[in-house]
Design a protein around this ligand. Structure first.
Ligand code: SF4
Ligand code: SF4
Length: 561
């Protein structure tokens, strides 16, 4: 019998009412008395909100007064609350990994709202399983690793440049790798920035100059990253530059590779002269070329929100409205008609710009994607559902609002950095709400249109955000990694076959030679404890801290009764 199965295991179980979220649907009294009957349980308490200051203090008090050496909280989701409860245990002097959380809210009260008895019975099962596992938990110690105080930013558009300046101004060395021959990205092609109508060229010039002159920033233009090794704090990148290959040590990486504009070849008779994209229109407006024209038509959602590209590119509507207003400034007597499916003008200022555009006589005509507009010579014919007939709109210039696309090589970049892309090729953040600028891979962050189409203001905000996230490990100088990782529990069993190495999504395993032959080695800091390797190893050589075979078997055993 393992040492920690002895009678001196004293488990405290804290059952949260979560206001009425849990208590409104489960029999809390029954759960409390049931928990008291479980092996090794020395103390049970019910709390209105276990995560409140009062609830936390109760846990800390009980650890001291009741001499608890394991804690189980039955409440909401560990995704949001586990760190809080773990640190509370630590504050009371208990190793934070002697803590187990049971989710009786999402898994019981929320999904069994109409089944009080069954929901309560399921919560009992989960608490029993949690207690069985808690009895076998072992103390763990956090893993520390030093951080090289240098960041690499892939992409020198406005998001990447903003992130570079934010980090460099905090005193960190920054390397910017830009594939084109100059900094600035898509900003270089823009005219004015809505809704403030600030000058894009001015912003580009100012930012490019600040980045190029900054003593802490090294810029490699015409360059690309060809290899990345390592883990948070200790990355190393291979960069192909016009002057030859370079290898640079880094602590963190920010992906700011931006996006590209769809060229609508074959759509609405696009030819780049009289029928252009909004991006091409920006260049014309920059040169004041709209002043000699009279009739303008714009078509929204060109090549977007269809089977091939089902997503809304978010920023095309605001771009169209902004350009329509600028056209009216350059050509005051002109007519501008925007044909749209739905106007996506999120945000107070964009809404105002939209209202303003209507007040200034910009015409909006809704079209049905089933009856899309068509180009006939120098006119657009569109079915107007309000009028119940087709309209013919002559144009001197037709602007097509096309979506932003992910970079063609985003998949390759993703593989290089071991970070995921979504079905449209945009990089996928760690968590849409909790980690919007982080990847699941520690030490790699993202910002701007590499993540999803963003306007300049959003790209700047995200650039600052990503820099802020990246500066946390840089400023600490070391990282502390959760010790719930893979361990080679049975070295003799490992045959060094490398199957686990090939399957680890985080590159956290390697094979090395030992006196006993080829064996696997876990790179602690890189491991995320996903469990793929332990589940894969047919020799049962690897296990995951706090998810050992014993612990999982105990849970299953407790479930089966
Ligand atoms: Fe192969 Fe298992 Fe060893 Fe990995 S741990 S190398 S899967 S034997
Ligand atoms: Fe890789 Fe295994 Fe760690 Fe998962 S648990 S990250 S597969 S080493």
């Amino acid at each position: 019998m393992p040492a920690n199965k002895s009678d001196d295991i004293r488990i405290g179980v804290f059952i949260c009412h979560c206001g009425s979220n849990i208590a409104g649907y489960l029999d809390m009294e029954a759960l409390g008395s049931y928990a008291e009957s479980l092996p090794h349980v020395a103390f049970v308490q019910r709390n209105l909100y276990t995560c409140s200051e009062g609830g936390i203090n109760e846990i800390k008090k009980a650890i001291g007064e009741k001499n608890l050496n394991r804690v189980v909280v039955a409440s909401c989701t560990p995704r949001t609350h586990e760190p809080l409860f773990r640190s509370s245990c630590a504050e009371a002097g208990l190793n934070p990994y002697l803590f187990e959380m049971v989710n009786i809210r999402d898994q019981c009260s929320w999904v069994h709202m109409q089944e009080r008895e069954d929901g309560t019975s399921k919560a009992k099962d989960l608490i029993r399983m949690g207690v069985a596992k808690a009895a076998l938990l072992e103390p763990q110690n956090p893993i520390m690793s030093e951080v090289t105080p240098r960041a690499m930013i892939i992409g020198g558009g406005i998001a990447g440049m903003t992130a570079a300046l934010a980090l460099a101004n905090r005193g960190y060395e920054v390397v910017v790798v830009e594939r084109s021959d100059r900094l600035g990205g898509m900003l270089l092609n823009l005219n004015k920035l809505g809704p403030s109508m600030a000058d894009a060229a001015e912003l580009a010039e100012k930012t490019v100059k600040a980045v190029s002159c900054h003593p802490k920033i090294t810029v490699f233009t015409g360059s690309s990253v060809t290899g990345v090794q390592g883990f948070i704090g200790k990355y190393s990148a291979d960069i192909e530059t016009p002057a030859g290959a370079k290898k640079i040590d880094l602590g963190v990486i920010i992906v700011a590779t931006g996006a590209r504009n769809l060229v609508p070849a074959g759509l609405f008779q696009y030819e780049g002269e009289k029928i252009v994209t909004q991006l091409e229109l920006e260049t014309r407006l920059k040169k004041g070329l709209a002043s000699s024209l009279k009739d303008f038509v714009m078509i929204q959602c060109v090549g977007a929100r269809n089977e091939e590209r089902p997503y809304c590119s978010r920023i095309c509507c605001q771009t169209a409205v902004k350009n329509a207003l600028l056209i009216r400034e350059q050509a005051p007597g002109s007519k501008v008609t925007i044909l749209y499916r739905d106007m996506q003008m999120y945000g107070v200022e964009n809404e105002e710009m939209f209202r303003d555009s209507k007040a200034r006589g910009i015409r909006y005509v809704n079209y049905d994607p089933e009856k899309p507009p068509r180009v006939e010579g120098s006119s657009v014919v569109v079915y107007n559902a309000l009028l119940g007939r087709e309209m013919k709109l002559p144009f001197d210039l037709l602007a097509l609002s096309t979506p932003l696309l992910s970079q063609e090589d985003s998949d390759e970049t993703g593989k290089l950095l071991r970070v995921p892309v979504d079905e449209n090729g945009f990089f996928l953040e760690g968590h849409v709400k909790l980690k919007p600028l982080d990847f699941a891979t520690d030490g790699v962050f993202l910002c701007g249109s590499a993540r999803f189409p963003a306007n300049v203001r959003e790209a700047v905000a995200q650039g600052l955000g990503a820099a802020s996230r990246a500066s946390i490990p840089l400023s600490k100088g070391s990282v502390v990694v959760e010790p719930i990782i893979s361990v080679l529990a049975n070295e003799d069993a490992c045959r060094g076959c490398g199957l686990c190495v090939a399957l680890c999504p985080y590159g956290a395993l390697e094979i090395h030679k030992t006196e006993k032959g080829r064996k696997v080695r876990v790179i602690d800091v890189a491991c995320k404890g996903c469990g793929v390797c332990a589940a894969t190893c047919y020799q049962h050589a690897l296990t995951i801290n706090s998810f050992t075979d014993d612990q999982i078997e105990a849970q299953i055993g407790a479930f089966l009764g």
